[in-house]
Design a protein around this ligand. Structure first.
Ligand SMILES: NC(=O)c1ccc[n+]([C@@H]2O[C@H](COP(=O)([O-])OP(=O)(O)OC[C@H]3O[C@@H](n4cnc5c(N)ncnc54)[C@H](O)[C@@H]3O)[C@@H](O)[C@H]2O)c1
Ligand SMILES: [Zn+2]
Length: 362
């Protein structure tokens, strides 16, 4: 049940995590940004569930508000959609003193944040996240982006939201598979920074999966605080600190690309964490018992620890070399250095990577 601020160099983000937070959006935004006009952006699925309550809250706070509803799916995270947002902002004559509100998952918040970062060189925006992925990851940290044919998230900007209003009750309408996929990022946060939080995941598994309101709220808040702590100390990913959040993502993104985005992002991160734990063991950074514990926890949440299809290791290595995380032609891995800490390594032998990837596929 809390509200707190994340400090950045030039701004701060107010975060509220509590059941009912969606209804409090209007007053919170009015108090923080006093926007003259507001554009709410959402996707069709989320808008059908929550747009009415959100608009009511904004209007109730005396704000002049319009809505733009776009198709769901990552294909909408494009420059063409950003252009549709600009068209609407132009019609509304929304100026520097206006604000955008993103209502939805990471697709909507990345796109809306990108539009907010670029419209008139930057206007305020708020996020009401509605997926686990967005609650625990995408809504915090100010990375905004749209996809390009050349790759995902290649066109973007750092732009911090003024407000992130998280109502964990919104997660109840999510399909189970999506809810579970998002939990991969929560386990990731535990492994990289907070071993007791890994124990918490082990102990609270049933209550998390049963969507116990108090437990979900605690899960979201702990994740937000972990990510906030990392990103506020490395706002623009200039050091290894923010890169620690990439644990599971070097192999995970490669699997995601190789599978043609047939799997959920979180499922690929789960497989990536399994492979990268094995790499950490091979590099002498993590005990086999600790690696097994992480794999066990991932599996206990219903996330995949092994694919039932083969993976082509050459293809995966090719994707890793094309990843944004490559520096000087070397693939960089964020590996667990014991549980609760990480180290950035670019000296993992190809053979070790191949064996680890082989281990998560048929
Ligand atoms: N900016 C960052 O730091 C960051 C971090 C992680 C992920 N991301 C981005 O986030 C996106 C993935 O986020 P996502 O998993 O939230 O995907 P998403 O926004 O596409 O949402 C997934 C699906 O769930 C539906 N949905 C959303 N909320 C719902 C609800 N409460 N009930 C029922 N259905 C609901 C959506 O309509 C959509 O079909 C990717 O584009 C990724 O690049 C960004
Ligand atoms: Zn991720």
């Amino acid at each position: 049940m809390s509200t707190f601020d994340i400090p950045f160099a030039l701004s701060r983000t107010r975060v509220a995590v509590r059941p009912g937070a969606l209804q409090e959006l209007g007053p919170a935004l009015a108090e923080l940004a006093r926007p003259t006009k507001v554009l709410l952006v959402s996707d069709e699925t989320v808008a059908g569930l929550f747009a009415e309550a959100t608009l009511e809250s904004l209007r109730g706070a005396g704000l002049e508000v319009a809505a733009l509803v776009l198709p769901p799916g990552d294909a909408t995270k494009s420059l063409a959609s950003a252009d549709r947002i600009y068209d609407r902002l132009g019609e509304m004559r929304l100026a520097r003193d206006g604000a955008l509100v993103a209502l939805g998952g990471g697709m909507v918040s990345d796109l809306t944040g990108f539009a907010a970062a670029t419209w008139m060189r930057g206007v305020a925006f708020a996020i009401c996240p509605t997926t686990v992925e967005a609650d625990v990851d995408a809504a915090i940290g100010g990375k905004t982006a749209v996809n390009h044919l050349a790759g995902k998230n290649l066109v973007g900007a750092f732009h911090q939201p003024v407000l992130v209003q998280i109502d964990p009750e919104c997660l109840r309408t999510l399909p189970l598979r999506d809810r579970v996929a998002g939990l991969a990022e929560s386990i990731k946060h535990a492994v990289i920074t907070d071993e007791p939080f890994l124990s918490w995941h082990e102990a609270q598994r049933e209550r998390v999966l049963a969507q116990d309101s108090g437990v979900l709220t605690e899960l979201v808040e702990r994740n937000v605080r972990i990510k906030a702590d990392v990103v506020s100390r490395d706002e623009q990913e200039r050091t290894a600190l923010r890169a620690s959040l990439n644990f599971g993502h070097t192999v995970g993104h490669a699997i995601e690309s190789a599978q043609g985005y047939a799997l959920r992002h979180g499922e690929c991160v789960a497989l990536g964490m399994v492979a990268e734990c094995r790499i950490a063991v091979a590099m002498g950074l993590l005990s086999a018992a600790d690696a097994d514990r992480v794999v066990q926890c991932i599996g206990a949440y219903g996330l995949p620890v092994r694919l039932d299809t083969p993976l082509n290791e050459d293809e995966l290595l090719g994707y890793m070399l094309r990843d944004k995380k490559v520096a000087g032609g070397k693939v960089r891995f964020t590996l667990p250095n014991g549980l609760g800490a990480t180290v950035l390594r670019d000296d993992v032998p190809d053979a070790v990577v191949r064996t680890a990837c082989h281990g998560v596929a048929l």
